[in-house]
Design a binder for this molecule. Structure first.
Ligand SMILES: [Zn+2]
Length: 440
């Protein structure tokens, strides 16, 4: 068993215990911390990394990232930073062949390794997009399976299937047919096809989120869930879809941004025992979750994955259609992180760049405070909390002894108030005990 020892720095395990000066990995796991790790550096064949004051944290887990799509578009994002102006894309890129799909994934995996990301959720791959761009279709699932079967292990993937359209409508019939199909066998610690993504509504800036107070043009948005076989209200179809996914034993992720959609999702999830499902159910985005919706989500056992960088870049746009007051109240980041059973911060790349440092910087800006307690909460929202979302908190997401050897070495301490997150550089990324990125 080869031993790797990182010593002479600061190790934040993020499991609630104090920081240590060293950490040792062997067999893909953390085997020792602090003074207990030091003597292991003298073992024959041990790889020793002198941290020279650098900081080790658990590998980052981007809880919502479209890797195939990101690889096809990179470096172009939908909402670029104002300080970067890549030439606009004339058309959405398409992936035609298996080789192109694999190349898109591998391009993304290289980008993720350099950012310290060791896990992510690919949120929506499947037959619903078989006539689409190639980034979300059944063949993209094949690309994932091929890389997995070839033994490529640089990042851990949780994958949600998509039986309706991406950002579009989905039928009860398509969901039922999709759930009836058997899943391929995989090593779930590396490729876990955990569940299903259901699109319940759109987004507030486009007036497609389903809201209780009308937009500036008098509309309220409508649900995307429908039954093409029976006359049935869209909210009843959403409830039926949630019940179907829960009954299948799979993970449920519902794209819900409007307050009405969130309330309907929480009500249906509570009826169907979302709290008992494993991996747990959650809402994607939750932009307009207010006190009542957050209470309903908590009661139903629903978590959330939120995107502060998108919130920051779309706030002015959103306030034009939902009003300044409601836009300012949207995405109550700290309340979401502190009150829900679990809540994660993700990028939704390629909507924005997959850079957790910019996402956490945006969170600090939106919360309007900077202290060590808040920073610990934010760091856990990209490490420990996503492991809960993955149903994997027992073996990844923190650096306690026995946990997965997924870690990132940073140039500065992300828990130190006043340290700008974007200025922290990634020196080394370790996934499953192997170095998958080194800056030098
Ligand atoms: Zn997304």
């Amino acid at each position: 068993m080869t031993m790797t020892v990182l010593r002479g720095g600061v190790v934040h395990t993020l499991d609630g215990s104090a920081s240590r000066s060293a950490i040792a990995f062997a067999g893909g796991r953390v085997v020792a911390l602090g003074p207990a790790a030091e003597p292991l550096a003298r073992e024959g064949g041990a790889t020793v990394v002198d941290l020279d004051g650098a900081v080790v944290v658990p590998g980052v887990n981007d809880a919502h990232l479209h890797a195939g799509w990101l690889g096809a578009r990179w470096p172009h994002t939908i909402l670029p930073a104002s300080d970067t102006t890549p030439s606009p894309l004339s058309a959405e890129p398409t992936l035609q062949s298996p080789a192109e799909r694999a190349a898109a994934l591998e391009r993304t995996w290289t980008i993720l390794a350099a950012l310290g990301i060791t896990s992510y959720t690919e949120p929506g791959i499947g037959p619903g997009e078989d006539d689409g761009t190639g980034a979300f279709d059944t063949q993209m699932l094949e690309a994932y399976l091929n890389l997995h079967n070839r033994g490529v292990r640089t990042v851990r993937v949780t994958l949600l299937q998509l039986f309706g359209r991406l950002d579009g409508e989905g039928t009860l019939r398509a969901l039922r047919a999709g759930l009836a199909r058997a899943l391929p066998h995989t090593d779930r610690s590396w490729l876990n096809i955990s569940g299903v993504k259901v699109f319940a509504d759109g987004i507030p800036p486009l007036r497609t989120a389903c809201v209780s107070h009308a937009y500036d043009d008098g509309t309220h948005g409508s649900l995307l869930t429908y039954d093409d076989e029976h006359e049935r209200a869209r909210e009843d179809t959403l409830a039926e879809m949630i019940a179907l996914v829960h009954d299948s034993g799979r993970q449920l992720a519902v794209h819900a941004t409007g307050d009405r959609t969130i309330a309907l999702t929480a009500a249906a999830a509570q009826l169907n025992g979302a709290a008992r499902s494993a991996p747990p159910s959650y809402i994607v985005h939750a932009d307009m979750a207010g006190e009542d919706e957050l209470a309903a989500m908590s009661a139903a056992g629903l978590g959330a994955t939120i995107q502060p960088l998108i919130a920051l870049r779309t706030r002015a746009w959103a306030s034009e259609v939902i009003g300044q007051k409601r836009a300012a109240a949207a995405w109550p980041i700290e309340r979401i992180l502190r009150t829900l059973p679990f809540a994660t911060i993700s990028s939704d790349a390629p909507v924005v760049e997959p850079d957790w440092r910019r996402a956490l910087d945006a969170a600090l800006t939106l919360v309007g405070r900077d202290d060590v307690d808040l920073r610990r909460l934010l760091m856990r929202a990209v490490t420990a909390a996503p492991a809960v979302q993955d149903g994997a908190a027992s073996w990844k997401g923190t650096l306690d002894v026995g946990m997965a050897a997924d870690a990132v070495v940073l140039s500065a301490d992300p828990l130190e108030p006043g340290t700008p997150f974007p200025e922290i550089t990634v020196r080394r990324t370790i996934c499953g005990g192997r170095t998958v990125y080194a800056a030098d």
